[in-house]
Design a protein around this ligand. Structure first.
Ligand SMILES: NC(=O)c1ccc[n+]([C@@H]2O[C@H](COP(=O)([O-])OP(=O)(O)OC[C@H]3O[C@@H](n4cnc5c(N)ncnc54)[C@H](OP(=O)(O)O)[C@@H]3O)[C@@H](O)[C@H]2O)c1
Length: 307
């Protein structure tokens, strides 16, 4: 080990929808993931050897070392975890990358204001379940879209979401528009989009003048429409009439502001103002299955593999 390096033993490894995007042949925010290299991902683990002046054996850290059980990494490339705030697994979810894009996305890019109506797709997942709670804390009416009755119950009963819509029972744009109009009698001011496709086509029909649409993810498109996009309705005229702002948001654009997010979210989590759920799958060999489970809705909250 070189000076400043540590060895980290993985305890929790992340699976995230972006890993599917990396399998596309086309460039996205980066070049396609090459074959024959370790799948990149976040990991929370314990230091088992240290040649660092700042980190010692027994410290828990979060690092981006991918799907491997042990990693040698520089001490400057890890985040020391405060185990007094929450369990270390939260560094992959409610106090990690998904929370970062949720927090800065809805607050800064979304310019959320008290009293607004906020619709969130993929609402019971890692990002979505964080966004709905921040929007509730900011005094908004919040509508969550998810794919099962169990997830709708979770959103309404545990996260205090005002109304929910099951997109699997509203498969056409017309049916989704009807459900949205019932759930949002005053229209939609912010749409936090994790899913894309028909759900998004429908939300654009019911947004108010001056609405903000935050494109965080398009998971409905990742399995079949990355290399050859699925054609949808042409809606830019609606963007014109309603002066809608559509903005893409990427977690990595807020990397250097992690301490700011942890400071506020950490105290919300500690005080019980923000709740979190994790779907934890046991076993290193289950990583690929856990990843594909994201596309079958097998998780509520953050999907994590414990090794
Ligand atoms: N921009 C960024 O920096 C950034 C960072 C993190 C995540 N994201 C994006 O944000 C979205 C959510 O990510 P996450 O990590 O929080 O994952 P997640 O929501 O925890 O898990 C994925 C969920 O997506 C839903 N889903 C899967 N296929 C679907 C489909 N065809 N139509 C509708 N819903 C579908 C499933 O829930 P149901 O049971 O409700 O279907 C599933 O549980 C993804 O699109 C991801 O790419 C973006």
């Amino acid at each position: 080990m070189k000076k400043g390096e540590i060895v980290v033993k993985a305890k929790y490894i992340s699976v995230d929808p972006y890993m599917r995007i990396q399998q596309s042949a086309l460039n996205s925010w980066e070049v396609p993931h090459p074959l024959g290299v370790v799948q990149g991902s976040g990991m929370a683990g314990e230091i088992i050897a240290s040649n660092s002046d700042t980190l010692k054996i027994g410290d828990w850290v979060n690092c981006y070392t991918g799907w491997q059980q042990y990693a040698i990494v520089k001490d400057t490339e890890v985040r020391l975890l405060d185990t007094k705030i929450a369990t270390v697994s939260t560094s992959l979810g409610i106090l990690g990358m998904p929370a970062r894009v949720a927090y800065f996305g809805i607050i800064e890019a979304g310019k959320i204001k008290t009293g607004e109506t906020v619709v969130v797709s993929g609402a019971a997942g890692a990002v979505g379940s964080t966004v709905v709670q921040i929007a509730k804390l900011k005094g908004c009416r919040v509508i969550g879209i998810a794919g099962s009755q169990e997830k709708m119950n979770f959103l309404e009963q545990e996260l205090d979401v005002d109304a929910t819509i099951n997109y699997k029972e509203n498969k056409t744009q017309e049916s989704m528009v009807k459900a949205l109009k019932t759930a949002c009698p005053e229209g939609v001011d912010i749409y936090y989009d994790n899913v894309g496709g028909v759900i998004t086509d429908a939300v654009i029909d019911v947004v108010n003048v001056g609405a903000r649409i935050l494109v965080c993810g398009q998971i409905s498109q990742y399995n079949h429409a990355l290399d050859k996009p699925e054609m949808g309705p042409r809606f830019l005229h609606k963007v014109l009439y309603k002066r809608i702002t559509i903005q893409g948001i990427l977690a990595r654009d807020y990397n250097d502001r992690m301490p700011e997010m942890i400071s506020e979210m950490g105290s919300w989590v500690k005080d019980g103002k923000i709740k979190y759920k994790e779907t934890i799958i046991q076993g290193f060999e289950k990583l690929p299955k856990a990843l594909s489970g994201l596309f079958d809705g097998e998780n509520t909250g953050k999907m994590i593999v414990k090794v």
